[in-house]
Design a protein around this ligand. Structure first.
Ligand SMILES: Cc1cc2nc3c(=O)[nH]c(=O)nc-3n(C[C@H](O)[C@H](O)[C@H](O)COP(=O)(O)OP(=O)(O)OC[C@H]3O[C@@H](n4cnc5c(N)ncnc54)[C@H](O)[C@@H]3O)c2cc1C
Length: 383
């Protein structure tokens, strides 16, 4: 594996980095404080074409390879993890699933408009009583005369839930367990589809999270993504990409926290010298730098496997497990280095910790990743 980025990868990273510094960073703290959706970022993502970063060029997207996609996610998160969340669900979980599982007609129907950002996606897997164990989910889709489907159920904690134009919804079409689940591309504006925004989150306060209620939503036969009974496979393959993206995101949060604490340690003086000159402060900086580098390398290893067409589920679990926990450690040290100033929202340190905190929960908790890795090592399913 060559760890040197190509000229194209460096160029994309530097363009995104500049755009993030100009458009995202200046609004991030205020948006967080006011729970205000980062509209300026979404508009900029559309204008620059970044909104279609990983969608194939034949559908009007940027055709980014997996490593470029990770660089994009890292940079977005360095500026504001909210913006990364919006894009990761749109591109990784929804557009990626259409690319992987869709028919030519479904790709033509959705991808060109997803590439321009006219259509944003959300991903509806979690239910009130089924989070870590989606195989038992209860939403249903009944076949209608003529071949369409009627979808009913409740989904909770759905990122982009009230702003998306299409929801990838997993619902039961057959018997119990994962094999009875199918995936549907549901336009969100249809009768019976309601999104209730959720407020009061600890972190990711400015991106949209909603409950979805589907009450007899009628969709045509073309809504079924993959074959009947493929729904859990659709969801789990999407989550492999999602975990890679979350690991990239945590690298970005960690890098932002590290940059912030290094700068602060150089300017804040105590005992007659910059606190960067105290050995125990340097220890916090050094431990954080290693956490960030290790997170980035694990993330790039996933992207490398994906680019070479190899399986990357296990690598994605390892990268997510490590990078999420590491970002929390780094963000926590960022607060410690700032002393009392880290505890107020005038500085970004507290936001880094609050935004990092959700990453050990969604798209498979830390415990779920450990069970997946343990199962791969031992062959024993401990779920
Ligand atoms: C901000 C945010 C955004 C989200 N976005 C989305 C989205 O876009 N789409 C979507 O579908 N979902 C989304 N989620 C939901 C998220 O994926 C779930 O919260 C997550 O899967 C955990 O499910 P749960 O909350 O029901 O927790 P539970 O599954 O009830 O878990 C509770 C605790 O029990 C532990 N646990 C559970 N089972 C086991 C086991 N077998 N062994 C050991 N420990 C176990 C868990 O690790 C956890 O610590 C989002 C959540 C949040 C907070």
């Amino acid at each position: 594996m060559d760890l040197a980025l190509s000229a194209d990868q460096r160029a994309v990273r530097s363009a995104v980095r500049q755009w993030v510094d100009d458009v995202v960073v200046p609004h991030a703290l205020r948006n967080d404080r006011e729970e205000r959706f980062p509209q300026e970022a979404l508009e900029g993502l559309r204008e620059t074409g970044f909104v279609g970063m990983s969608i194939p060029e034949e559908y009007g997207g940027g055709g980014a390879d997996p490593l470029t996609y990770c660089l994009f996610m890292e940079e977005l998160s360095r500026g504001d993890a909210n913006v990364r969340s919006i894009m990761s669900v749109h591109l990784g979980l929804v557009a990626g699933s259409v690319q992987r599982w869709g028919t030519d007609e479904q790709k033509q129907q959705w991808l060109p408009r997803m590439a321009t950002g006219e259509v944003l996606g959300c991903f509806g897997l979690t239910e009130p009583d089924h989070g870590s164990n989606p195989a038992d989910l209860r939403a249903t889709a009944e076949r209608r005369p003529g071949g369409g489907w009627r979808v009913s159920g409740r989904k909770v904690f759905i990122t982009n839930g009230s702003i998306a134009q299409v929801a990838l919804v997993m619902a039961r079409t057959g018997g119990p367990g994962g094999k009875g689940v199918s995936a549907f591309l549901v336009p969100t504006g249809v009768p019976g589809f309601v999104a209730n925004p959720l407020h009061g989150k600890l972190g990711l306060r400015s991106c949209d999270t909603a409950e979805l209620v589907l009450d007899g939503v009628e969709v045509g036969p073309e809504a079924l993504l993959g074959d009947e009974g493929d729904g859990l496979k659709v969801a789990l393959s999407a989550l492999d990409d999602g975990r890679m993206s979350i690991a990239a995101s945590c690298t970005g949060i960690g890098q932002a926290a590290l940059d912030t604490m290094v700068a602060y340690a150089g300017s804040r003086e105590q005992f007659g010298k910059p606190i960067a000159g105290h050995q125990l402060v340097q220890e916090m900086l050094a431990d954080s730098a290693v956490d960030v580098d290790a997170s980035r390398l694990l993330t790039w290893a996933v992207a490398d496997l994906k680019s070479r067409g190899e399986t990357y589920s296990l690598a994605a679990s390892k990268a997510k497990l490590f990078a999420t926990e590491a970002s929390i450690r780094v963000a926590d040290k960022c607060i410690q280095v700032h002393g009392g100033y880290g505890y107020v929202d005038e500085y970004p340190a507290a936001k880094y910790l609050r935004d990092a905190r959700v990453t050990t929960l969604y798209e498979g908790t830390t415990q779920v990743q450990k069970l997946l890795i343990g199962r791969a090592l031992t062959g024993v399913n401990a779920f």
